[in-house]
Design a protein around this ligand. Structure first.
Ligand SMILES: Nc1ncnc2c1ncn2[C@@H]1O[C@H](COP(=O)(O)OP(=O)(O)OP(=O)(O)O)[C@@H](O)[C@H]1O
Length: 596
């Protein structure tokens, strides 16, 4: 247990940074306070002994007053030292919690997008929030007790043998036995159990978040009880672990409770046996009183040791979880960072498969987009278009082959240089809770008012701002402020326009948009891509008739490439897609006429 505590404490000290001295002060004063807390009992016992020696002439008990003062002085000092210890441990706890959260948030920002696809927000919130709170609780409330628990057994053993070693043994033997039961409860497999238990809790948390998020879909499709099967399974798993854990502890816990309370039970019968063989009844009775007074302190001490051991286990798990997050691989960058002013994009024999899948989603793909040109990606659903686009800003890293910008491998750029080169506009680009201005200037925090105004105009957002209660400063996500899907898309386009990155990767889906919105979004797209190197995932083939080149992607491979007219000359997939598209347009027009 002590080695566990040592490593846990070492990790906590690392997180405490410059404030680690607070943790050391807290431990030191708690240990001092624990030792002092024994003094009143010893002093009271000496006082009682003095009184017994002079009975019935109490006035002759000269030392009583002195022992009284000693008892009171040590009790007061013990309380003051405990207070100092708690104060320091609370201050340290706030620092450690803050540092943990801050370091975890910094880490999150540096992680590739792939990490967030594999770990949902409910799980991440739990890892960061709950584990830093658990660590805070341990440091603020239990660390002082733990330091006391380390020093107390030594002091207690010394005190137990100070008066009568035989009665001392009656107290000590059950305590040693109780430590063995405690060790059994805190065994390594229990730690593993705790690990699984916390996993189940994490699982439950993310299932609950996902369930709440899915409620609108459940309602729309009138799903029945099966819609919360995942949540139900998580609750069941958690319940099973929790009860298994509680059940596995019940025998050692019962034994432990019996052992720590045994001294109080055994002292009287053993005392009665011993008194028969003693000549000085009075002195022996006094010794017995001392041990009867002292036995409850041993119970308190052992209870503190048990709760500290349990909390150390939880704190250790909590720190491990945060550390696992901190050890997640960030994007690997080559040591010597490179830069370029060129903005052409080159795929060279790129192969990529998603984690936990051996089948490549992108398979030996090579093409070249010259700077300033617009290329479109088309192809059957699930062919790999979005995946391909997300490899350029390194949301995922390729398995083999290279992606180059201006002749430099994207892995050789500093992350911020790569990000500043690319504006990425996707269907699920999110607006966050904050003012419209904050949402737009995220693309360029240093933007002047003039630049923001220009981006708003080019993204066709002026009408949106005009109808908002506080204009640009309107906070999105507050009551009464609602943006349609198309309007949200225009705001994200204003963000991208303001960023003014030389490379634009976009998904031109206008699924949310009504005809009026669609026209405006189209205008915004045109403003965004002007003079840029553009890779566009196209959904409406009519919008790519004039692009410089069309890449037809099927099953992760480039199966056709050329301009719209060149591809129509071939009897390939694009021609079929175009004919189907024309038919669907004709069908839509026909339907509109029918219902006009
Ligand atoms: N995060 C992911 N993990 C595992 N597999 C994924 C992931 N994202 C996509 N895939 C798989 O990769 C393949 C290509 O998907 P992708 O979204 O790139 O295709 P797409 O051509 O853009 O499709 P669409 O036109 O329908 O958007 C699909 O089989 C999909 O199931």
């Amino acid at each position: 247990m002590y080695s566990q505590a040592k490593s846990t404490l070492a990790k906590l000290l690392k997180f405490a940074g410059n404030y680690k001295y607070l943790i050391i002060i807290a431990c030191f004063f708690s240990a001092l306070s624990s030792i002092l807390s024994l003094f009143p009992f010893i002093a009271i016992w000496f006082a009682i002994r003095d009184i017994f020696a002079v009975l019935p002439n109490l006035t002759q008990a000269a030392g009583t007053l002195k022992y009284g003062w000693l008892a009171m002085g040590s009790a007061v000092l013990s309380i003051i030292f405990y207070y100092i210890s708690l104060l320091s441990s609370h201050l340290a706890a706030f620092r450690v919690e803050k540092n943990m959260r801050q370091q975890a948030m910094h880490k999150l920002i540096s992680l590739p997008l792939s990490f967030f696809k594999q770990n949902n927000s409910g799980k991440l919130r739990k890892i960061i929030d709950d584990n830093s709170s658990l660590t805070h609780g341990f440091l603020a409330h239990q660390l002082s007790d733990f330091a006391g628990a380390v020093i107390m057994p030594l002091a207690i053993v010394a005190v137990l043998f100070l008066v009568d070693w035989r009665l001392g043994m009656v107290c000590l033997i059950p305590l040693v036995v109780s430590l063995l039961f405690l060790k059994q409860m805190m065994a390594e497999n229990t730690a593993e159990f705790m690990n699984k238990y916390l996993d189940a809790l994490e699982d439950l948390n993310s299932a609950a978040v996902e369930y709440v998020r899915g409620i609108p879909i459940v309602k729309v499709f009138q799903q029945n009880v099966y819609s919360f099967k995942d949540l139900h399974n998580s609750i069941k798993r958690y319940q099973d672990f929790a009860s298994e854990f509680a059940l596995s502890c019940r025998i050692p816990m019962l034994n432990f409770s019996l052992a720590i309370n045994a001294p109080s039970l055994l002292l009287i019968p053993v005392g009665l046996l011993l008194i028969l063989n003693t000549s000085n009844y009075q002195s022996f009775l006094l010794d017995l009183i001392f041990y009867l007074l002292f036995a409850p302190i041993c119970v308190t001490m052992m209870t503190k040791i048990m709760s500290a051991s349990e909390n150390i286990m939880v704190a250790r798990e909590a720190i491990n979880r945060i550390e696992n997050l901190m050890q997640t691989n960030t994007l690997l960058e080559e040591k010597t960072k490179k830069q370029t002013n060129r903005n052409d994009i080159k795929f060279e024999n790129v192969i990529f498969s998603y984690p936990n899948s051996s089948k490549p989603v992108i398979n030996k793909l090579s093409f070249n987009i010259p700077a300033g040109k617009t290329f479109a990606l088309v192809g059957p659903s699930g062919g790999g278009k979005s995946t391909l686009a997300s490899l350029i800003p390194r949301f995922w890293d390729v398995d083999s082959g290279q992606i180059k910008i201006g002749g430099i491998n994207v892995k050789s750029f500093a992350e911020e240089d790569l990000m500043s080169k690319i504006a990425f506009v996707f269907q699920d680009n999110k607006l966050f809770k904050g003012s419209i201005k904050e949402n737009i200037t995220m693309g360029k925090p240093t933007a002047t008012h003039k630049e923001i105004k220009r981006a708003i105009q080019l993204a066709q957002c002026s009408d949106i701002i005009a109808k908002m209660p506080a204009g640009l400063d309107t906070i999105l996500g507050t009551a009464g402020v609602y943006l349609s899907g198309g309007e949200q898309q225009r705001i994200t386009l204003a963000r991208a326009i303001l960023k003014d990155a030389p490379i634009v990767i976009l998904d031109e889906a206008t699924a949310f948009a009504d005809p009026e919105n669609e026209y405006q979004i189209q205008q915004a797209f045109e403003a965004l891509v002007k003079d840029k190197t553009v890779l566009m995932i196209a959904h409406r083939l009519s919008s790519i008739k004039n692009v410089d080149s069309i890449l037809v992607i099927q099953a992760g491979q480039l199966v056709e490439q050329g301009t719209h007219n060149e591809l129509l000359q071939k009897d390939g997939i694009y021609k079929t897609m175009w004919q189907e598209y024309q038919t669907s347009i004709a069908w839509q027009v026909g339907e509109e006429k029918k219902y006009a």
